[in-house]
Design a protein around this ligand. Structure first.
Ligand SMILES: Nc1nc2c(ncn2[C@@H]2O[C@H](COP(=O)(O)OP(=O)(O)OP(=O)(O)O)[C@@H](O)[C@H]2O)c(=O)[nH]1
Ligand SMILES: [Mg+2]
Length: 1011
């Protein structure tokens, strides 16, 4: 065995930089590349070269668009793979690709702007990917130069940021959100401690560029015992007792020197000296000699006189040169990475639970496929151990594909041989490379590997080519920003680029040297694609090139999606992402002129009944809507109720948990191969149940002031009753959608009954099973068994095959919730209560399609009769504006139906931050108006927040006396927004729209006469 110190893997660090847009990630990367990039960036250019932003578009927009990796060297043989990622929320998939390949994350926070919403998102991402985070407080110089804070104020600001970040992270760790993912909590031995503590060394203060360790060393003049003492007090409310040379706590300090104004040690020893250097360093007169005497000579720094005297051109240059030598940023950050972040061996042991979740098979299946299972287990163990033994299977994860023009590929290989870049993607001049990391074994150029899609199941096997392909790789490269250095092989724990997979991988994949390997878990994204546009070539003859281009774009971008075969719809994460996709399609991949529609916003459909409306719905029981199957074999009666919004939200947020729970049940009940661990099922079901119950309690709590207790309790009971009768849950686009299909209350209406048209029918109490309720733990297994099955005494006579009937009814429901009655958009937050009757003496075979249609019709009709409402997506908007523009900004917000949540002044600046919800449908107009009215001074960041129903009745016509008094016959009512939106969607989809062109002709005539 290799001793730890000689083990090359122990000297590798894989880290990504995550932060909000513009907080300084690429600038920090520049400093690190200048330090360890072996000449890629000159130290003097660090911070201005923006080496990692090499794309033309990145330079034009001054933001990072693609995440990119660079291999750096540090100290005693350390190799750091640094991945810079974009901070813009639209490009979050790039950050996800970076996080998957890293073991640690440098979380950057701009000290001037503080903790943005995006910081929550990146901390969550780091947590979910099980990365070890380190904090970098950036732009501290601006606290001095721009905000002009004194050291004490700056200290408070920095403390607030560190506390806030710690509190966000501890919420994540507390497991209140993700306990089901914390399968091995014991592994996180520091669970109780704060995550970011300067004395631990995992907080860097930049661009003043230090960890507190450096100041502890400076003050103690290199005496280790003194350094240790100081280090403990250099952050937080600790004070220095000069006489006794010891650290005092707040109380002790107050007692000792109550008359004096004490300053914490961080202010005294760190910030004050720093402020002094800045004060003098930026002064007009004499700065060079002051810096030279008090810093350069005092600390014996290596700064050339030429650099010191350059201050005439730019006063900052000399200061920067002195700071660079005094407190070298890159050295500090690199040392932090080495000291505080895990090497791949330690990291993979911890991350394997997330990357390759344990699979537990049904005992019979495990025995039958023992060989496969044993090998797959071995693969997992090798990933956990980051094995580089020659016998270890090779496992690689590709987190994205990226395109590079062929002419930018290296011409020669590692031994100087000529490389043959055969163009695999047809006539395209773009080469697709895989952005990847080896997790086990040693990968060689030219090696044959299996490409496993995320759907691959080694136990079930695969029809060749569908989820498993064998591919011969071409070349391997170490990534150096935009440059590539060919290598012959890459061992586990390293990040690399692979050539030769262009036509085999769409977005992500697992590569393995054995087919007996489970694919890695899917990646976590902060948002889902929200913005859609219809797109087509301007010239129909360009269709072929256009379709090929779309396909290439789909490969090159981890997030974009397109659908269609005649009409193409492109889905992107947001406006910036969409613009980039269209630009790439137009200029690189399709090279044809395009027609792009206005954004097509998705809607959902629901019924009236938010908040108090929920209780009202109990008062007025809905009528059942009845439909008979065309073959007159059975009839269904359906009514619909609105679920509480908090519950709908939980269902939406727990899509993954839900499908795990349901799939676990399905596979187990079918005795098929289960790929979920039973422990995981138990966790997720209990978690889900708890979340659902808390959601109801929260919702009821919110309205408890307006409603008496009894009513609340009765409503709660009714809802819990529903949870015991969940027949099916909605599925939309292969994902769980927040709608339930419930069995009617069996006791109240069981037995033979007569249906609408006079024929005798038998009520099917539970043709299906209520396994979802059972699985979620709302009913016990024994309850489920008694409720299960149709009324047995009659079943054999009247229901030839309950399973077929069940499938017909559930498919009808699924069809209905996929396209509601208002404008064929998916339904949202509804529970359909269904009773189905099988007619006596019916023929044996069901008309399946007709039956489904009858159920679908019944569901749609039930929605139409229950005050249907349109639901629109909302962006969360964080807007920064100068005070003088605040009025104009509010006008725009009001005009665009935004709901302002709060506004606050940014401390020490004249800027306001306004947080609001803005309807997605208004967002284009919003951004444009904001830009026009404030001449670009206000800057808004939009990210998807939630769905919200529009309270307006789309079919409102004044009916009651009061309404008629208020609105007259409807002619002078303003435009009905909900109706307008519904009509626009219907028109787009080619559905019938009732256009009443001249509705009130008489009035118009009267008006005309007056003129
Ligand atoms: N004063 C000061 N400015 C900084 C510092 N770090 C970065 N900046 C400036 O902040 C701006 C944004 O920096 P970038 O490094 O491009 O930010 P980023 O986080 O990479 O941005 P995205 O990649 O678009 O998310 C640039 O103008 C930098 O010069 C710093 O420590 N001090
Ligand atoms: Mg950047």
């Amino acid at each position: 065995m290799v001793a730890d110190a000689d083990d090359p893997r122990r000297r590798v660090r894989n880290t990504c930089i995550l932060a909000h847009v513009d907080h300084g990630k690429t600038t920090l990367a520049d400093h690190l590349v200048a330090h360890g990039g072996e000449g890629l960036v000159h130290p003097r250019m660090a911070g201005s070269a923006l080496f990692m932003d090499h794309l033309e578009e990145e330079r034009r927009r001054a933001i990072t668009i693609k995440s990119a990796s660079v291999a750096l060297r540090h100290g005693d043989g350390y190799r750091v793979h640094l991945i810079d990622s974009p901070g813009h929320i639209d490009l979050c998939s790039e950050a996800s690709a970076a996080a998957r390949l890293a073991d640690s994350a440098l979380i950057l926070v701009d000290a001037v702007h503080g903790v943005h919403v995006q910081i929550h998102a990146v901390l969550r991402q780091a947590f979910l990917e099980r990365l070890r985070p380190c904090l970098v407080l950036n732009k501290i110089d601006r606290l001095i130069t721009d905000l002009r804070l004194d050291p004490f104020e700056a200290y408070h600001r920095l403390r607030r940021i560190v506390d806030e970040v710690n509190s966000i992270y501890s919420t994540l760790r507390s497991g209140s959100y993700f306990s089901s993912l914390q399968l091995d909590q014991a592994a996180d031995e520091e669970e109780e401690e704060e995550a970011f503590v300067p004395a631990k060394g995992n907080v860097v203060f930049a661009c003043a560029r230090f960890r507190v360790h450096q100041f502890a060393d400076l003050v103690s003049r290199g005496r280790p015992d003194m350094t240790r003492k100081l280090l403990g007090g250099l952050w937080g409310p600790y004070y220095w007792d000069k006489t006794n040379k010891k650290v005092l706590g707040e109380k002790e300090a107050m007692a000792m020197c109550s008359s004096k104004k004490l300053q914490p040690m961080f202010v005294e020893f760190v910030l004050k000296p720093l402020w002094k250097v800045y004060d003098h360093g930026l002064k007009e007169e004499d700065a060079a000699s002051w810096l030279c005497d008090h810093v350069v000579k005092a600390f014996n720094l290596n700064v050339s006189t030429r650099e010191l005297l350059q201050r005439k051109e730019d006063p900052k240059v000399a200061l920067q040169a002195v700071l660079r030598a005094w407190l070298p940023l890159a050295e500090t950050v690199m040392t932090m990475l080495v000291d505080c972040t895990p090497d791949p061996v330690a990291a993979q042991a911890f991350r394997v639970v997330k990357l390759m979740p344990p699979r537990e098979l049904a005992p019979g299946v495990a025995a039958e496929y023992a060989g496969i299972v044993a090998e797959a287990d071995k693969v997992r163990r090798c990933v956990a151990a980051c094995s580089i033994s020659a016998r270890a299977p090779v496992v690689v994860f590709v987190s994205k594909m990226f395109a590079l023009p062929y002419n930018m590929l290296p011409l020669r290989g590692p031994d100087g041989e000529l490389l043959n870049h055969s163009q695999e993607t047809g006539e395209s001049d773009e080469c697709f490379l895989a952005f990847a990391r080896v997790f086990s074994g040693v990968l060689h150029a030219g090696q044959k590997v299996f490409v496993l899609s995320p759907m691959y199941d080694p136990v079930r096997g695969d029809t060749p080519g569908k989820h498993l392909k064998e591919v011969e790789l071409q070349y391997l490269y170490e990534m150096l920003g935009q440059g590539l250095r060919p290598v012959a092989s890459v061992g586990a724990g390293n990040v690399l680029a692979i050539q030769g997979l262009g036509t085999h991988i769409m977005k992500t994949a697992t590569l393995s040297s054995t087919r007996n390997c489970w694919p890695f878990a899917s990646m976590v994204f902060q948002v889902s694609p929200m913005l859609k546009v219809a797109i087509e070539p301007s010239n129909p003859t360009d269709l072929r090139a256009f379709v090929k281009g779309l396909d290439l774009l789909n490969r090159a971008d981890p997030f974009v999606e397109y659908t269609g075969s005649e009409k193409y719809v492109l889905e992107a994460a947001g406006k910036v992402h969409l613009e980039l996709c269209i630009k790439n399609l137009h200029e690189r991949f399709a090279k044809v002129k395009l027609n792009v529609s206005e954004p097509l916003v998705s809607f959902k459909e629901t019924i009236h009944g938010e908040g108090l409306g929920l209780i009202d719905s109990l008062k007025v029981p809905q009528e059942f809507v009845e439909r008979t199957a065309p073959d007159r074999k059975f009839a269904v009666r359906v009514k619909v109720i609105r679920l509480p919004d908090a519950l709908t939200k939980v269902l939406e947020e727990s899509k993954e948990l839900f499908s795990q729970t349901i799939k676990g049940q399905i596979t187990r009940s079918n005795k098929a191969m289960s790929s979920q661990s039973s422990q995981d099922d138990g966790h997720s079901a209990a978690k889900l149940r708890q979340n659902m119950l808390s959601a109801i309690d929260n919702e009821l709590e919110a309205i408890s002031v307006q409603v008496d207790k009894e009513k609340l309790e009765s409503y709660r009971k009714t809802l819990l009753g529903y949870f015991r009768r969940i027949w099916a849950i909605g599925w939309c686009d292969k994902q769980v959608s927040p709608n339930f299909f419930l069995l009617s209350d069996v006791k109240s209406s069981s037995g033979t009954t007569t249906s609408q048209d006079g024929r005798e029918g038998v009520l099917v109490c539970g043709t299906c099973n209520i396994s979802i309720s059972e699985k979620l733990g709302f009913v016990s297994v024994s309850d489920a068994e008694t409720n299960n099955g149709i009324d047995n005494s009659e079943s054999s006579t009247y229901a030839p095959d309950p399973e077929i009937l069940r499938n017909i009814i559930v498919s009808g429901f699924q069809k209905a919730i996929n396209a509601g009655p208002l404008c064929d958009e998916p339904m949202w937050g509804l529970a359909f209560i269904v009773e189905s009757y099988v007619f006596t003496g019916s023929p044996d075979n069901y008309n399946i399609f007709g039956g489904q249609e009858a159920v679908r019709e019944a569901c749609r009709a039930a929605v139409l009769q229950s005050k249907p409402r349109l639901v629109e997506p909302m962006y969360s908007c964080e807007l920064t504006t100068p005070t003088e523009q605040l009025g104009a900004v509010y006008a725009v917000l009001g005009h665009c139906r935004a709901k302002v949540l709060r506004e606050e002044m940014q401390e020490g600046t004249s800027l306001f931050t306004v947080r609001a919800y803005v309807p997605v449908v208004e967002s284009s107009a919003f951004s444009e108006k904001l830009r026009d009215i404030t001449s670009g001074a206000a800057d808004a960041l939009l990210s998807f927040s939630h769905w919200e129903s529009i309270p307006q009745d789309p079919f409102f016509v004044p009916k009651t006396r009061e309404e008629i008094e208020e609105f007259g016959d409807g002619s002078n009512m303003g435009p009905n927004l909900a109706k307008k939106l519904i009509d626009s969607v219907r028109r787009r989809k080619g559905l019938r729209v009732e256009d009443k062109v001249v509705e009130h002709g008489r009035k118009q005539r009267t008006r005309a006469k007056k003129v």
